[in-house]
Structure formats: structure tokens, C-alpha cells
Design a protein around this ligand. Sequence first.
Ligand code: B3K
Ligand code: ZN
Length: 880
Amino acid sequence: MRDASPQTVYLKDYTPPEYLIDQIELHFELDEQRTRVQARMNVRRNPHSSADSVALKLWGEELQLLSIAIDGRPLQENEFVVGDEALIVHEAPQDRPFEILIENLIDPQANTALEGLYLSSSMLCTQCEAQGFRKITWFLDRPDVMSRFKTTLVADKAKYPVLLSNGNKTGSGELENNRHWVSWEDPFAKPCYLFALVAGQLACVADQFVTMSGRRIDLQIFVEQHNVDKCGHAIQSLKNAMRWDEQTYGLEYDLDLYMIVAVDHFNMGAMENKGLNVFNTKFVLARPDTATDSDYEHIEGVIGHEYFHNWSGNRVTCRDWFQLSLKEGFTVFRDQQFSGDMTSPAVKRIEDVNALRTRQFAEDAGPLAHPVRPEAYIEINNFYTLTVYEKGAEVVRMLHTLLGAAGFRMGCDLYFQRHDGQAVTCEDFVKALEDANGVELGQFRRWYSQAGTPVVTVEQDYDAANGRLQLTLRQSCPPTPNQPVKQPLHIPVKLGLLNADGSPATFEFAGQPHTEVTLDLTAAEQSFNFGNLAGKPVVSLLRGFSAPVTLQMPRSLDELAFLLSHDSDTFNRWEAGQQLATQAIFQLIDSIELGRPLQLEPIVVDAYRRVLADAGGDLSYQALLLALPEESYLSGQMPVIDVEAVHQAREFVKKTLAENLAEQFLELYRQYHRDESGCFDAGAVGRRRLKNACLSYLCKLETPDSHRLAEQQFRAARNMTDQISALAAIVNSRHPDQDDCLDSFYRQWQQEALVIDKWFTLQATSSMPNTFAKVQNLMRHPAFDMKTPNRVRALVGAFSQSNPLHFHAANGEGYRFLADRVIELNALNPQIASRMVSGLAQWRRYDANRQSLMKQELQRIVATDHLSKDVYEIASKSLA
Ligand code: B3K
Ligand code: ZN
């Protein structure tokens, strides 16, 4: 139970700040348990505020006040009041700007929530977004209050030789008692959520970047000494991102220095603090023997993401937290474009859509569904969601599709020029795109306000006599919390047609010949006509996944196999394979539920045989064509999820394909298996992806030969991709030496925290019996630590979010386990605790027995004493 009922914050209640703080000078005397903070702020009334109260309310939490003065005069006790969440000065000067000086103490060591100033290993660092600055000092902690920051850090020289903050270094010096100081000044006004400081014994890996206008920028990555050999990829990714943003968006970096610090303890991936990004080590450190190809790609993506925020987020920021997708959706879209350009656009798009459909669609269909621009929150940290980020990126992508690349760029140029230095809204973004292109996007705006995944159905009517095809598209959207009725959206639907021989058809649409068009679906029901057709075409719809919708288009297995062989759209070719496998798996699920023998349609085997034979192109893409739809994607299609049947049916398909195509899998495996040191280039990555996909099929055979193959690869691997892929295959099979392999992996890597995270995750996600007992044992492993978010995610998160079979055990042991962890974490780190609740949020999708077990655990969580706002919001909304 919560101590007091939590407040809901509403978008409709937004009012401009009553006061502004133009400048803040911060002075920190750093210490693990007693950090002394002095904040000197220049405050004035906001001319745009119509409020008439004379009080000044500054947010602050878990702070110990030492002194407060206005214009040099210490305030008497009756002139202000300090509460749990804020300090209120009853009467602030109204007629003139004034200076307020506050001194307070904080205890970084006690800060296990990792928000505000905290200790990570032996380093002091900060995390202020969304509202962590108020755990540093009292302030107008809201993104539309933008201030110029000057920061002086004082600390023990031996413990904290490196002292960093935002902007440019302006001075440093020695002090008595082995202390020293460094001053920083950030010339750009910014909201306090972008403030950062770091202090510690850090080694620096440095490089330079020359901008398009010829300015030389210092790039510095700070890590613990033993990690200096793992920064090369991060620094290269940063340089690539800087160049890419210049070339693609015409945006140049604006300070002389760009710093990244990698820390072990971090609640999320990374943070875009101005000029001083703080990163989870997971998204910086990589060496071929410790990081997989996917890790390399994620590092490039996250480095790019945080860098791109310098414009989309920092130079132009959010007016309020409801506008979060303004910076996050846009920046995710930008990082997706960047990663696609650096690797393969086709592969990147498929990976992004796959993640969206398996995870965001579930969120949008459940009790926590909310619009891309939410309207209410209890705890804003709960709204850093897949919807705000990933669906938000899809919304920006649709704008890109509708306006075309050149029109989109003109719109972005206008947006950055018009709003530089401002805190703005999603509406301002759309308006800039409209104005720059002279178009009207009125209906499109509903994507920001309406939650839920739209469903689009298709009806085809072919008129052979006139060579005409009519397509009737219908859209609807299921109700979501607080939104029972939905309006039609503006959905861009990209379409192509295929001739009977598989070649792209040229057709007439709106009086013009085309090979591909984007249809504007705006009504609930709308028909489109295509003429000049030589024969009945095969329709390829929603190419490139042009809108985040569920397309319902009944297709025969033959038609899907045809598209899998011929569609020129790389996304839809892959999608045809996914739908083919999905249909096959659902037929098997029916058989399982009816107690019939299982049999895989030969056409499916033939389709995969052709995929295996079609080597030589983009090997990463080919590996994706071979990957069966994930259990979570399949579950998302079922009215009532049957975890065991989904698992069994999918395993059956995988095993049957392995049995029927064993030779082909082995041949491809041999063709691409090389003893590679693991360099991260497209060729090597593709070879590894494809051969490891083959290995994972082959291991389903459970033969001594396949076991030997996996073990040989595991023992001989000189790169982490090959080592961990082989170990995954071993752990998910009945390999006789499984325990020995796991032990030897642990011994080899016990000094590398990020590799040990993988070791935890592999065991937590195993489909083999006994997994739950292993997970419980791992909780007692000396390397497990509830205070390290990466470790919690690696074990508790992986088990509850990526092991449906065991987490959803019918006896409820998985649920009980998770609720216990949530309750423990609630006291340590509310943000991580609330992320873990999501494993229980989808309870309505399961059978009655599981529903009641999951609900029971959610109720137990809600009844916990001293429940954080974070956990309360997610657990109570899940139950509602
Ligand atoms: N903006 C940060 C996320 C902050 C999360 C606060 N709970 C990282 C990012 O999206 O780039
Ligand atoms: Zn971001």
C-alpha cells in the first residue's frame, strides 16, 4: 500500500512556468556520503505566465537544506517551507530579477535508485532525466525552464582525478588537503534534465572530428582503465554519426568537446546530457572476443541516438514530458535511418519491425496502452515506453513517407531553424513539416493522440475482362484504456503488384503508370482501382511496413511461397516467409489442441529449401529469412495464449525443417564457418549470422554429430558471436556437456561483467526443463547483484520477459518469483522494479487459471508497504 495516494499529472493542465531561471552556478564539494551542493540562481518572473501567486515553488527530494538566501539575505524560517517534494518561498520578489542561493547536502552512496547523484563502482555520476535534478538541489525541474549552467566540482584528487560536467572546461586548480577543482561552462541554455557531472578514476580514449565547416572537435570516451581496449568501435560510431547527421540533416556539432562516460550502474541505455553523455557500459564497450555482432550494432545505434539528440532533444527540447516522443520518436527514427545506412537498410527495417510487432503491439493492446503523446501520468519515468519511442519513430517515418525524403528534410530544416533554443510540442513539429511543404496533415495528427494498433483488412476484386483490380481497404482500431471509440487514421499504404511470373507489374493508378504507389487510406472504408493489367496480379501490400498496423489479408500458402520467392520489396519478401511459417504453426497448434498427430505442410519445407539454396546475396538478410517467427509474436495473434502449444508447434516446425533439410543446413554451415577473429564488417557479420542460424536448426536434431558441431564451435571460437551462439544452441538442447560448457564459459569470462550478463541470460531463457530451478539458484550466485540493473535485467528481466514457456508455468511459480523480486527492487530501485512488473501486465491474454495467479501477484504488489509511484502506477493500471 502506498503511504499517500499518488497525484496524476495531466497534459490539459499545462501552464507556462511562473518563474524562469536564466542562469545557475553550481558548486559541488563531492563526497560519497556527504556531497555539499551550492546553487546560485538568477530568477525572474516569466512574462508569459498569467498566474498571480507570489510564491516560488522549487522541486526537491531527499535533500538536506543547509541555508537559503535571496539577494544575499538569509531567509527566516517563516519565509519558506520545505516539504517532501518541494521548497516553497512564500513571497518572492515580483518587481525585479533576484538571486537565490541554496546550500544543501546529499548522500550519493545511499542512492540505489540511480537517479540524481549516485555512486557507480567507485565513480560518482548523475542521471537527471526525467526529474533527477531535484535530487541534487531545489530547482524549477521542468523542461521548459532553460538555464545557462556554470559548474565547479571540488573533490579529493586521488579518488576523483577526473572531474567532468557539461560544456567547455574553463578552469582548474589545486586546493589544500589533496583536493582539487575544475570549472565548466555550458554556453547553451538547457533544461536541468540535461545537466550531468562525473567524477572518478577514469582513463580517456581520445580522438578528433573535423566538422563540415572545418571546426575541430575533441572526442573523449572515459572508461575504467581495464576497458580502454574496448572503446574503438564506440569512437568510430561517434564519428560516423557526426558525419551522417551533417550529410543527412545538415546538422553540425556545436561545442568544441564531446565526452562519453561509461558506467556500470545505469537504469537504461544511455543519456544525452549536453556535451557529456553518460552511457551504460553495455553500449560502449566492445572487443571481438567479448561482444557479439548484435552488440556492435546496438553500440553504433545508441551512440548515434544520443549524438542525434544534440539537435533533436537538446537544441530543440520538449515543452513538457507529455511531448517526450517529440525528441524520442524523432531521434529513434534518426538512429534507425543511420544504422540502416551503416549496415543494411533491409535488415535493419526487418529487425525494427520485428521488435515493434512483438513488443510495442502487445503494449498497445494491453492495460498500459497509451497514445504516442500520453495525456496523463503518475510517474513520468514509466512513459519511456515502446509506444513513445518505437511507435513514435513509426509516426515520424510515416511523415517521411508522406512527404518524401526531400520534403521531410525541408520540414526538419524549418523545425530546427524556427525552434532552436526553445522547448516545444509535437504539434510544433508537425506544423513545421506542414509549413515547409505547403500541405495539411490535420487527420495525421490523430497518430499522436489515439492509442491502439489499427487493423487494416483487404478485399480484392479483379475484373479480368478490363484488366482492372479494385482493392477495398477497411480500417478499425480496438478500444484502449479511456479511449473506447476510435477515429479513422491517415495510413500510408505502400503497394506493388507482381505478375504471374514474379516480375513487378506496371499498372495504372490515378491516370498514371506506376510500379509502386503509396495509397492514402484516410476513411474507415476506401476503394482503390488499378488498371492496365495483363493478368491477375499478386498484391504486395504495406511494403516496407509503411504504417504500424496489423494487416489482415487472407492468403494461401502458395501465394505466400510465391511472394517469398519473388517480391522485390525486401521487407514483404521476409514478411511472406513469416506469414507462411505463422500459418503453418497455427495449423499445428490446432492439431495439438485437438490431440491430432502433427504434420508440417510440404510447401513450407520447399519454401525453406529455396531460401537455403538462394545464397550469395546479403547473408544477414538470408539469415532473417530462415528465422521462424518468435513465440511472443505468435502469442500476440492468439485470442487466448497457449504458451505450451505455441512452443511445441514452433519447435516442431524447426525440428522438421532441420530433419528434412539437414544436408542443406550443414552445407551452408560449412560454407560459411570460418575461423574468424571476429572483425565487425558486413561480410563477416553476414557469414556468422547465416551459419549460426544453420547451427541452431542442426542442434534441434539432438544427434551426437550436431552436439559435437556446436561444442567444437564453442571451444574454438575466437569471437563472442560464435562462442555465444554455440553455447545458446548447447543450452537449448539436450547436449550432454551443457554444464561443463557453462562452467568453462564462466571461468573464462568472470572478469568481464557484460559477458557474465550473457551467461545469466542464456540460462534464464533456456527452454529446457529445470530452468526455473536454475534461475532460483542463479539468484544466489555470488556474481548476482540486485543493485546492478544490467544483472537484474540479465536474469530476472530475461526470465520473465523472454522465457514465456517457463515464466508462465501453470503452477504460478514464475509469477510468484517475479512479484517477490519486484517487491525487493521497489525498495532499492523503483524504476527497475516497475520495468519488471511488465511480465505480469498482460494477464488478460491467458487462460483463467493463469489469469487468477497473475492477478493475485499484482494485487500482492499493490498491497506492499511503501510502494513507489513507479510500481504503483504500472501494477494498479495493469489490474484496472
Ligand atoms: N533520454 C534518455 C532516457 C531517459 C530515461 C529516464 N527514465 C535516453 C534516450 O532516450 O536517449
Ligand atoms: Zn533518446
